[in-house]
Ligand binder design. Structure first.
Ligand SMILES: [Zn+2]
Length: 323
């Protein structure tokens, strides 16, 4: 059944005022004692009673510079995300305040590290099957490149070892002898120089191989996460007994005793950042996930549209009790 519109009829003015004042006194007293948790409960309660009436104030919390975005640009992205919801219904739903209630954080961990590694390698990864398949192909070609380099390096290292052993025993023998020929001396010196050059090359190849292993591992991790995120749609029952149970989470909205917060972990372009922010702001408005893959409230950041879809709009209007 559709929710009942708010009763806006005023009762007796005096009764209303005394109730209001008592409410404020009570709030101040309780507020003093349980400032944090009451703040959350009051915010959620008032949002339930008067949805979309008072703008949710937000501020920037943790901010990691490793994302390579300035605070100003990040705030600009938040403002754009805000507009995604506000413009279609022409209402102020969020507003920035330095001590704003909803903390928006930018936290750097393996997720953005993965994204940046993938970008460095020239891959653009989206949360869809095509992207997964492309990534898988790249992974396989990187593994075969790795195997190839390894197959060149290994025999070269073995050959080096043999040469070095011979060289070292030759040098020992020469040291035992009182005098060696000039030719033998020159030969040993040339061989020593050649071995030194070879070890530089081998070390470079080894470092390159080690780097390849790191990249391959990052790719493998991204593939696993992506597979997991994409499979959730098909087999929800797989979640049970799964110790990880997390998607390739780009953002998170949390509400608990200490407050409300949005944390962004990963994005690969400014447009996607705006989208993930808009999605989490949607949760802050109490919106749930939608099935349409293009919707802002779809559980994966798949689309490229920075405007809400019709079903997003419908959910917003239902929440804000707009007809
Ligand atoms: Zn979500």
């Amino acid at each position: 059944m559709a929710s009942k519109p708010m009763d806006k009829k005023p009762r007796s003015a005096q009764g209303m005022y005394s109730k209001y004042i008592f409410g404020i006194v009570l709030l101040l007293v309780l507020g003093f004692i349980f400032r944090e948790s009451l703040g959350v409960r009051w915010r959620l309660l008032s949002a339930d009673l008067f949805p979309c009436k008072n703008p949710i104030t937000y501020s920037i919390g943790a901010f990691d510079t490793r994302f390579g975005i300035s605070k100003e640009s990040f705030l600009k992205a938040v403002r754009e995300a805000e507009t995604v919801w506000e413009k279609p219904i022409d209402r102020e739903l969020f507003s920035y305040a330095p001590d704003g209630y909803l903390r928006i954080n930018l936290v750097y961990d393996y997720r953005q590290n993965t994204t940046q590694t993938l970008q460095r390698l020239g891959f653009k990864v989206d949360q869809n099957k095509a992207s997964y398949e492309a990534l898988k192909q790249n992974y396989e070609s990187m593994v075969s490149q790795f195997e190839q380099t390894k197959s060149v390096l290994e025999p070269r290292m073995e050959a080096f070892d043999i040469r070095r052993n011979i060289y070292e025993s030759d040098v020992r023998r020469a040291n035992r002898q009182k005098n060696i020929s000039k030719e033998e001396y020159e030969r040993l010196r040339a061989e020593g120089d050649s071995l030194e050059r070879e070890i530089v090359v081998l070390n470079e190849m080894r470092a390159d191989l080690r780097k390849k292993v790191e990249d391959i591992n990052v790719l493998a991790g991204a593939l696993n996460d992506l597979a997991k995120a994409l499979n959730l749609d098909v087999a929800h029952y797989n979640e049970i007994g799964d110790s990880f149970g997390s998607e390739f989470t780009q953002g998170l909205y949390e509400s608990h005793g200490e407050g409300e917060g949005i944390t962004i972990f990963q994005y690969n372009s400014y447009g996607k950042l705006v989208r993930v922010l808009a999605h989490e702001l949607g949760h802050a408005l109490s919106l749930e996930h939608l099935d349409n893959a293009g919707a802002i409230m779809y559980r994966l950041n798949e689309g490229d549209n920075e405007t809400i879809t019709l079903d997003d709009l419908l959910a917003l209007k239902t929440r804000c009790r707009i007809k």
